[in-house]
Design a protein around this ligand. Structure first.
Ligand SMILES: [Zn+2]
Length: 232
């Protein structure tokens, strides 16, 4: 197809299938992916990856041994980040998730503490939930990250083995009990001596990430780091 035709097709598709920004709901320009340029500029970045005392580090202190923990954005209730992550998690806005992944990887890979990461690993969803939703929002972030941060792909078989759908209604202690031992690792050899970056959408109490890190901690020589898209 000649270029003017592809672009015409693109414009027509845009009329029938308007692409909207996951942050402000305005229509996207053709070159924008999931999030408009203005919202990208307005993202409340934490710039805390190399701070060993950042808020995410504090969440995990004394609970599980991590090499580094951090978040890309600050999560404000009712704010833009919550809106974006809601669109990713519940409305299938995968384009926004991939764009957030690219943005967070571009920043993280330049930080001192994440620079030698070998493997990106999304916190898995339970199989039943994955079937219902059709995708894992953390994996969508990792897919975006991998586009700008090419690392080795590992099929380590990290699985979520308990269904924890009621966890958002519970408090921190109950939650911890609820997700305790909720992950299993099939192939420990695949992650031997690797620096693994565990990725999730939001870190709140840290219970899920903690449980996930524990499941990985028995791998010989492993170093585990945590990166969330947002910190509540
Ligand atoms: Zn926007």
């Amino acid at each position: 197809m000649p270029p003017w035709k592809t672009s015409l097709w693109h414009d027509l598709a845009g009329i029938f299938l308007p692409r909207r920004c996951a942050g402000c709901d305005q229509g996207l320009m053709r070159y924008e992916q999931g999030i408009c340029g203005e919202c990208v500029d307005d993202l409340p970045r934490m710039y805390a990856h190399d701070d060993p005392d950042n808020p995410v580090e504090q969440v995990f202190r004394g609970r599980v041994r991590l090499h580094a923990a951090s978040a890309f954005l600050r999560f404000n209730k009712g704010g833009m980040v919550q809106h974006m992550l809601h669109n990713l998690k519940y409305r299938g806005d995968l384009a926004a998730g991939e764009e957030l992944g690219r943005l967070m990887a571009e920043e993280a890979r330049r930080s001192r503490r994440f620079a030698d990461v070998d493997v990106l690993l999304a916190v898995p969803l339970h199989r039943k939930k994955l079937r219902q939703r059709g995708y894992n929002q953390a994996q969508v972030l990792v897919d975006g990250m991998a586009e700008v941060w090419p690392l080795r792909r590992v099929e380590a078989g990290l699985l979520r083995v308990e269904h924890t759908s009621t966890q958002t209604k519970r408090g921190r202690m109950a939650r911890w009990g609820n997700v305790k031992a909720a992950f299993q690792l099939a192939d420990t050899e695949a992650l031997r001596d690797a620096h693994v970056l565990l990725v999730d959408d939001v870190v709140t109490t840290g219970a899920t990430l903690e449980s996930c890190a524990r499941a990985l901690s028995g791998v010989p020589g492993i170093r585990i780091s945590v990166l969330a898209c947002a910190c509540a």
